[in-house]
Design a protein around this ligand. Structure first.
Ligand code: FAD
Length: 255
């Protein structure tokens, strides 16, 4: 196993913003504005975050506090106003905070319209599948279901959401172990990379490749007996575990 080279983007500072963005998206804005939120789904998302999100202590305090409140809600739906008020109030508690503003680091593009939010969404869910695997989560599909719900209901790019939903329908049911969940998301992400390589949305400085490249992880690649390219899954899994490990997040990253 070859660890990622030190030149790999150092951290995903935007995680906290993305995580909160996930909740804020549920609060709704623009076209996705919702007056009520489905309690059970919100509870599932929130529980998953409280367990696996590798945030800074202040952010985790906020997520855990929100989670306790949500788990105590007994009605089928929670009003947008009630949830928003709770988020705002929790963010004012001294030891719990929302990050201020959004500053992209690992997902910074060469121009403002490249990378950023969708890159953050992928990165976040890769980290969460890895965290679930490392901490021995009980449901192998827990993180994937949360991603599915989020993308289906809130991801702004609707055709992306449709494609993702199709991939989910084609194979997520077969995910029966936590390591498989990590690999499933990786391989689906590569399917998307393959489909959109060369599209206008591609940042020329970050071309869509079948990831990780042989330079980033030589041992992840192999040649089949037909002489074709193949993946060495036994190496890909530890590579993903290391690349998306919480220990690689630099919470105090300064430019
Ligand atoms: P991203 O593809 O966003 O990847 C982020 C980072 O993850 C990369 O920099 C790399 O470090 C790492 N990475 C790359 N591949 C993998 C992998 N296979 N496994 C693990 N890590 C990896 N855009 C479209 O134009 N059409 C679509 O249909 C579409 N569908 C999408 C569906 C979903 C669910 C999401 C979240 C996004 C979708 N997008 C789609 C956006 C697109 O996939 C990219 O997120 C966006 O173009 C930004 O690309 P990026 O270069 O930042 O890298």
């Amino acid at each position: 196993f070859t660890p990622p080279p030190p030149t790999t983007p150092p951290c995903w500072r935007a995680f906290c913003s993305i995580s909160i963005g996930h909740f804020c998206s549920m609060l709704g804005d623009g076209e996705t504005t919702l007056k009520v939120l489905h309690s059970e789904r919100l509870q599932a998302h929130s529980k998953m975050y409280a367990k696996y999100f590798p945030g800074r202590p202040m952010v985790m305090n906020l997520l855990r506090s929100l989670n306790s409140w949500l788990q105590n809600q007994t009605a089928d739906h929670i009003s947008y106003e009630a949830f928003k008020e709770r988020v705002d109030n929790t963010a004012q508690v001294p030891d719990a905070a929302l990050p201020e503003g959004v500053r992209w680091v690992g997902c910074q593009g060469s121009q403002p319209h490249f990378r950023r939010y969708p890159c953050g969404v992928w990165t976040l869910f890769h980290v969460l599948t890895v965290q679930a695997n490392n901490t021995g989560g009980s449901d192998p599909q827990e993180v994937l279901k949360s991603m599915r719900n989020y993308v289906h209901n809130f991801f702004g790019c609707r055709y992306c959401a449709e494609h993702f939903e199709n991939m989910v329908k084609e194979g997520m049911e077969g995910v029966t172990t936590l390591p498989y969940a990590v690999l499933w998301l990786w391989s689906r992400h590569n399917q998307v990379n393959n489909r959109i390589a060369g599209a206008l949305s591609e940042d020329p400085l970050f071309p869509k490749i079948q990831w990780p490249s042989p330079e980033t992880c030589p041992s992840c690649h192999t040649v089949t007996h037909n002489g074709e390219h193949g993946w060495n899954y036994e190496q890909v899994l530890p590579f993903l575990g290391s690349y998306f490990s919480s220990s690689r997040i630099l919470p105090d990253y300064l430019e």
